[in-house]
Design a protein around this ligand. Structure first.
Ligand SMILES: Cc1ncc(COP(=O)(O)O)c(C=O)c1O
Length: 466
């Protein structure tokens, strides 16, 4: 990209590029995960990941720019080619040609963004709010977010807030800030694949610690996690409330992990995008957060998003809370990744944060009811072992026959018109389970349960244990 000129009167000066050099080396990883943004992979991307080919442009560009010759065979770097394509997408592809599929596979509500937020964006567009902004976000949004975070988790300055192009971009930026080739990263799984794949893009190796599953649902073996967090570890990537399991880390667990990471100088990237989708005691507005325990200027980067609590998945708006000392370098990374989040989207973000509390609370109440409704309905089916977790918007349940969950989910979409995400999409620890996103109309949940019931009755015989 060329030089960025900021038109905002608040930030009249363009950021000056610093020269940076990134080294990528081969890496090892113990656990292979499915990749990237669920549901976001285009058909062409899927095709190219299946059979990488020489880019169309490579012939002419290598003639025009002899020094830009493509790598051997015109292929992407090894680390990139080793990223695996989405199993959820694979299931969706199996449904091509099936006329009537009820999709519960993606992590997204079936409701559009509340009208008052859409209206704010429309007004910003009408005003002509279409220019680049400061790399770290417009000041009024950073200030609004600082007030919002302060109310939930204690005093937080706008200087500790950076606006990002949604949560996944915040995760990538956070990893780019602290992880390089050869670094050791630890992640707790089953897990939305991006947290495991992103450090690998940067050449890091990722060690996973699995949650356990028993009659209480998914739980953390704290000792196993602390043991994995060796002094050589650079970063812990942790997501609570968790996608896909709905597991919520307790405050005591967070305290122990924070103390350990402080002792050994290990960074924590806490993915708390589901913090508001929390079904705790009455009056609890958010899941336990590392922000409740840590100071704002220590080794914690807390990632958040407008996607879930304000139903703004398609807008691509998020933020991170990070130490002030990182902010200048973060600004450079934002510049080289996206330059900024879209300005009219940021304007809508202000309205969401300042006026959205009632709609978020209503959403959480609806989600709690949907969770209970679906869990009760599924529990009545044979071969289903389901528990209602305290967070996020998924039931991640054991289903007899899901020992090969990818095959089962493909069969479900083809033969029952039911779209679920295979547990193996979230790492080998998720095998035997399937994920159902319940952020939708209860009538649709009922129709989905009905389809699953009929499939199981028909035998689903290849898949259901006898
Ligand atoms: C655990 C987790 N983190 C981050 C994200 C990122 O969401 P977004 O990029 O839409 O903010 C998601 C999306 O599903 C998620 O499940």
């Amino acid at each position: 990209m060329g030089v960025t000129v900021f038109r905002s009167p608040r930030y009249p000066i363009a950021r000056v590029a610093a020269s940076g050099k990134t080294h990528f080396t081969h890496f090892t990883h113990r656990v292979r995960f499915q990749p990237a943004k669920e549901g976001s992979m285009s058909a062409s991307a899927a095709a190219s990941s299946a059979s990488p080919s020489t880019p169309l442009s490579s012939a002419s560009s290598s003639l025009d720019h002899p020094h830009d010759a493509p790598a051997a065979g015109g292929l992407a770097r090894d680390a990139v080619r080793a990223l695996r394509s989405s199993q959820i997408r694979e299931v969706a592809n199996a449904g091509f040609g099936v006329a009537d599929v009820l999709p519960f596979w993606f992590g997204e509500s079936d409701r559009a963004t509340p009208p008052f937020i859409r209206e704010a964006a429309a007004q910003a567009l009408t005003r002509g709010d279409t220019f680049y902004t400061h790399n770290l976000g417009i000041a009024p949004l950073r200030e609004a977010l600082a007030r919002y975070v302060s109310a939930l988790h204690g005093p937080t300055s706008a200087d500790n807030i950076a606006v990002t192009s949604a949560g996944v971009n915040a995760l990538m930026l956070a990893a780019q800030l602290v992880v390089g080739a050869g670094d050791r990263v630890v992640a707790v799984t089953p897990l939305w694949p991006n947290l495991v794949e992103i450090p690998k893009i940067l050449g890091a190796s990722v060690e996973t610690v699995s949650l356990g599953y028993d009659e209480r649902g998914w739980t953390l073996d704290l000792d196993a996690l602390l043991a994995a967090l060796t002094p050589e570890t650079k970063l812990l990537m942790i997501n609570s409330p968790n996608n896909p399991t709905g597991w919520v880390m307790t405050r005591d667990e967070q305290r122990a992990v924070l103390a350990h990471c402080r002792r050994h100088g290990i960074w924590i990237v806490a993915d708390e995008v589901y913090e508001r989708l929390y079904y705790g005691e009455a009056g609890e507005l958010a899941a336990p957060s590392f922000l409740d325990l840590a100071s704002r200027d220590e080794g914690l980067i807390c990632v958040n998003s407008f996607s879930k609590a304000w139903l703004m998945t398609g807008w691509r708006l998020g933020w991170m809370v990070a130490p002030r000392a990182l902010m200048d370098d973060l600004g450079k990374l934002v510049e080289y990744n996206t330059s900024c989040a879209p300005s009219f989207v940021q304007q809508a973000g202000i309205v969401a944060v300042e006026q959205g509390e009632a709609s978020t609370r209503a959403l959480v109440a609806d989600l709690r009811a949907s969770r209970d409704h679906l869990a009760a309905a599924l529990a009545r089916l044979p071969g289903v072992d389901v528990k209602a977790p305290h967070g996020a918007m998924y039931l991640f349940f054991r289903l007899a026959g899901a020992e090969r969950s990818l095959d089962l989910c493909k069969a479900l979409v083809r033969e029952a018109g039911l779209g679920l995400a295979p547990g193996s999409a979230f790492g080998p620890q998720g095998e035997g389970f399937v994920r159902w996103c319940y952020a939708c109309d209860p009538a649709r949940l009922d129709a989905g349960v009905e389809r699953l019931a009929r499939y199981l009755e028909r035998g689903g015989e290849r898949h259901v244990a006898r």
